[in-house]
Design a binder for this molecule. Structure first.
Ligand code: ZN
Length: 718
C-alpha cells in the first residue's frame, strides 16, 4: 500500500520540466494546483480518491465526507481465465510547485502498470487527469470498462446549485440548446457525447435526441461560483451527475457505458500497449457561468488548441459551397478575385472538385489544369487556400491508376479497412461514401500518406474534413477493437488523431477545419487537433446565432465557425444582419459575392473591415458574454465581447421578428469606474459618453425600426 521508495528522496525523473519528489508528509497523498483550482489527491490499493476540489479564488471547496473513488478495474481475462486484479500503490510522486502529481500502481498477475497523472494548467485553468494502463506482460489482457475519473461532493439543502450542459448544434441547433437544470436531490443526468449523430437526431427539435458536448458546469447561484469539467476525447464518452442520497452528488467521467441491452464493454490491451483512457479536466471559478466559461475557453485557446501560425487567426473566409458541387476552376477564379477585393483572407474550395468520392484527384472536366494552379492563383492574390477532402470515405473509382490517391471498397487489398462490406452494385453519393474504420493500421497509413501528398501537390494551407470520421460499429475482427461500441469508437478516434497529429508535425503551417456534416464532433479531443469547427450544418442567421450562442460556452469564439448562406433579402439592414450573425467567431461566407448588388458589396466591405480591425481582436483575446436570452428569432438577442481589461467592448444587437422596436442590454466585463465612448455603427446616432457603472447597471437601449435587423455598438474607455 505504501510507496516502496524512501520518503523525501528525489527522483531522477523529470516530467514536463517539473521535478517530482515524494511528499515528506504522506507518500500516498498530494496536491495539484493551478492559479484558481487546488485538488487533493489520495491513493490506496487500486483506488484514486479525489478528496477535495477547492477554489483558490474563493473559500469554496467541493468535497465529500464519504467520497467515492476511481477504482482501477478489478477483473480481467488473461490466458482464457478470469482473474481478480490485486493492485497496489507503487509510488506517488508530486512536484513541490504542485504542478504535477503522478501515482503509479502495479499488479503482478497479470503484469499491469497503471499511472494516474494530474497536471495543472500553468496559470489560470483546470487540472487534467490522465490514466494509462500498460500491459507489461507477454499475453493480451481483456478488461471491462475503466472510467477516467469518479469523485463526489456534498451539498447542503440551502445551496442553489445548477447543472449546465450544452447540445452539439449538429445538423440544426434545437430550440433548447443550453441546459441549466436545478441540481436538486432528484437530478440525475448523463451527458453523452458520441462520435457521430444520425441525421434524424442531428435535426431533431427534441433535446432528448441530441448529442452533447462532453462538458458540465455546476454553478452555485448563492455563492456565485462553481466548477466545470470536460472530456478530451472524440469517441463515445460521458459525464454522469447522479445523486447519492439527499446530500451527495457523484460525478463519473470517461468512456460511456454501452447502450442499454448491449453486452458490457470490454477492450483488449495487447502486450506492451499503453491503454490511455480519455483525459478529463476539472476546474473551479468565481463569478457567473460566463466567467467560468471565459476562464476555461482561454485555457483551451492557449493550452489545448493547435497553435495558429497565421497571426490573423480567425481568418475571414470565402467558401465555394454556396454553389454546391458546381464548383470549377472558372468559378473559383472569379470568387477568389472577389474575395481579394472584399478583403477576405482565405478561399476555400468545398466538395465538388474531385473525381468521385474516394478518388482524391482533381476532376479534369472541372479543373483541367489541376488544383495546384488554382491554389497558386489564390496565393498570388494574397489568399490562403483551403480544400475539402472527405478522407475517411471510400468509393468505387478506378483504384488501379493511382492507388495512393484512390480508395475503393472493391479493392481486394483494402476492402477490409471499411467498417462493413459493400455489395457489387453499391454506389456512393456525390460527397458521401463508405466509412473507413480508422482503427485499421493500414487505413491510418494510407490516409496519412494520401493527405500528405495532396497537401504538398495541391499547395493546401487549410484542410477540411467531412462526413463520419469515427465509427462506433465495425464488423472486422483484425482492427484491434472488440465488438463494444465504446471500444470501436475509442480505437477509431485514436486512428483519426494519429493521422492529424502526424500531418501537423509534417506541415506545421497547415490549418485544420473540423466539419463532420457540421457540428457533430465537438469535444475537447478534436479541439486538440483542429483550428476551427463548423459548429452547425444550418447556415441561416438564426441557426448561426443559436449555434454561436451555445458553443461559446465551451469553445473559444475564434474556433466557432459559422457558414453564412444566401437567403432572400428584403433590405440592406437584413443583409448586414445576415453577415453579422456569422461574424461573431470564425466567419466563412458561403455565397458568390458576384451576386451582391453594389450597395451590398459596399456594406460587406465595411463589415469585413470592422471585423478585422475592431471585432476580431476581441473575439480572439477577449471575454464573451451572453447578454440576452438564447436567440429564438422573435425576441431581441445579443452577444457581447470585451477585452480582458474591460477597456474595449462590442455589442452585437439583433432584433428578431418582434414588433417591439427597442431593447435594453445590460452589459458585463466593463470597468464601473471608467467612462466609455459609445459608437453606433448603423444610423446617424452621434457617439455618446456613458459611465461604466450605468452601462453595467442600467444598460444600453438600442432602437431598430425594422424587424430582422441589427446594430453594432463599439465601446471604448476614455
Ligand atoms: Zn474496425
Amino acid at each position: 500500500m505504501m510507496s516502496c521508495q524512501t520518503a523525501g528522496s528525489l527522483f531522477a525523473t523529470f516530467a514536463m520540466g517539473v521535478s517530482l519528489a515524494h511528499s515528506q508528509v504522506s507518500p500516498t497523498s498530494g496536491f495539484v494546483s493551478s492559479a484558481d483550482t487546488r485538488l487533493s489527491v489520495h491513493a490506496q490499493g487500486g483506488q484514486i480518491v479525489l478528496k477535495s476540489v477547492a477554489s483558490r479564488l474563493s473559500p469554496q471547496e467541493w468535497s465529500s465526507r464519504v467520497p467515492i473513488e476511481t477504482h482501477l478495474v478489478s477483473l480481467a481475462t488473461y490466458g482464457r481465465k478470469r482473474v481478480a486484479l490485486a493492485w497496489r500503490v507503487h509510488r506517488l510522486e508530486s512536484s513541490k510547485t504542485e504542478r504535477v502529481v503522478r501515482i503509479t500502481f502495479k499488479c503482478d498477475s497479470p503484469k499491469l502498470v497503471a499511472v494516474s497523472e494530474w497536471k495543472a494548467a500553468l496559470r489560470s485553468g483546470p487540472i487534467e487527469h490522465s490514466l494509462t494502463i500498460t500491459n507489461a506482460g507477454l499475453a493480451p489482457v481483456e478488461i471491462p470498462l475503466q472510467k477516467s475519473l469518479a469523485w463526489s461532493f456534498d451539498r447542503s439543502p440551502n445551496q442553489l446549485l445548477e447543472a449546465w450542459w450544452v447540445e452539439k448544434p449538429a445538423g440544426r441547433p434545437s430550440p433548447t440548446g443550453i441546459h441549466a437544470d436545478p441540481l436538486g436531490p432528484d437530478f440525475s443526468y448523463t451527458v453523452l457525447s458520441e462520435p457521430y449523430e444520425s441525421d434524424q437526431r442531428a435535426y431533431s427539435e427534441d433535446w432528448h435526441d441530441r448529442d452533447a458536448v462532453p462538458w458540465v458546469s455546476v454553478h452555485d447561484r448563492s455563492a456565485r461560483s462553481g466548477w466545470y469539467a470536460g472530456v478530451e476525447f472524440s469517441g463515445r464518452v460521458s459525464i454522469q451527475l447522479k445523486p447519492h442520497g439527499p446530500n451527495r452528488v457523484d460525478c463519473v467521467m470517461g468512456i460511456a457505458d454501452e447502450p442499454e441491452g448491449a453486452k458490457p464493454f470490454r477492450t483488449v490491451i495487447r502486450p506492451g500497449e499503453a491503454y490511455a483512457l480519455p483525459t478529463v479536466f476539472l476546474g473551479t471559478y468565481k463569478g457567473t457561468v460566463d466567467d467560468g466559461c471565459n476562464q476555461m475557453t482561454r485555457w483551451v485557446d492557449t493550452a489545448l488548441r493547435p497553435k495558429a501560425i497565421d497571426t490573423r487567426y480567425p481568418l475571414l473566409t470565402l467558401n465555394s459551397w454556396g454553389s454546391g458541387m458546381a464548383v470549377d476552376s472558372n468559378l473559383a477564379r472569379s470568387m477568389m478575385t472577389d474575395a481579394a477585393e472584399l478583403g477576405i483572407e482565405q478561399f476555400h474550395i468545398d466538395a465538388g472538385w474531385f473525381r468521385t468520392v474516394g478518388d482524391w484527384r482533381p476532376n479534369p472536366a472541372k479543373f483541367p489544369e489541376g488544383i495546384a494552379k488554382t491554389s497558386s492563383a489564390a496565393h498570388a492574390l494574397g489568399l490562403r487556400f483551403g480544400l475539402w477532402i472527405g478522407w475517411t470515405q471510400g468509393g468505387i473509382g478506378n483504384f488501379s491508376e493511382d492507388r495512393q490517391m484512390a480508395l475503393s471498397v472493391h479493392d481486394p487489398l483494402r476492402r477490409d479497412w471499411f467498417a462493413q462490406n459493400y455489395s457489387a452494385d453499391w454506389k456512393p453519393a456525390d460527397f458521401v461514401g463508405a466509412d473507413l474504420c480508422m482503427a485499421s493500421a493500414d487505413a491510418i497509413h494510407w490516409c496519412t500518406s494520401m493527405l500528405s501528398r495532396a497537401i504538398d501537390e495541391y499547395h493546401i494551407d487549410m484542410l477540411e474534413h467531412d462526413q463520419r470520421m469515427i465509427v462506433d460499429e465495425c464488423i472486422r475482427k483484425d482492427h484491434g477493437h472488440t465488438t463494444s461500441k465504446g471500444d470501436i469508437a475509442y480505437r477509431a478516434a485514436l486512428g483519426y488523431y494519429q493521422v492529424y497529429d502526424t500531418l501537423r508535425k509534417q506541415h506545421p503551417d497547415l490549418m485544420f477545419e473540423d466539419c463532420v456534416n457540421g457540428g457533430r464532433v465537438i469535444d475537447f479531443g478534436v479541439v486538440k487537433r483542429v483550428h476551427y469547427i463548423s459548429i452547425a450544418d444550418s447556415y441561416f442567421p438564426l441557426a448561426n446565432r443559436r449555434a454561436i450562442f451555445d458553443m461559446t460556452y465551451v469553445v473559444p469564439a475564434a474556433m466557432c465557425e459559422c457558414y453564412v448562406m444566401e437567403i432572400p433579402i428584403k433590405s440592406l439592414g437584413e443583409f448586414k444582419s445576415m453577415l453579422r450573425s456569422g461574424l461573431m467567431g470564425w466567419c466563412s461566407i458561403m455565397q458568390d459575392p458576384a451576386k451582391w448588388s453594389p450597395e451590398e458589396r459596399n456594406a460587406a466591405t465595411r463589415e469585413f473591415t470592422n471585423y478585422k480591425k475592431r471585432i476580431r481582436p476581441l473575439i480572439r483575446f477577449g471575454n464573451v458574454f451572453h447578454v440576452s436570452e438564447r436567440p429564438d428569432g422573435v425576441r431581441w438577442d445579443g452577444m457581447q465581447f470585451a477585452s480582458q481589461d474591460g477597456m474595449k467592448s462590442i455589442l452585437f444587437a439583433f432584433r428578431g421578428s418582434t414588433t417591439v422596436g427597442e431593447h435594453t442590454y445590460r452589459l458585463q466585463g466593463l470597468n464601473p469606474n471608467r467612462r466609455y465612448r459609445v459608437e453606433y455603427e448603423d444610423g446617424d446616432l452621434p457617439a455618446a459618453t456613458m459611465s461604466g457603472s450605468d452601462i453595467l447597471n442600467k444598460g444600453i437601449a438600442i432602437h431598430l425600426g425594422e424587424p430582422d435587423t441589427s446594430q453594432l455598438v463599439f465601446l471604448t474607455a476614455d
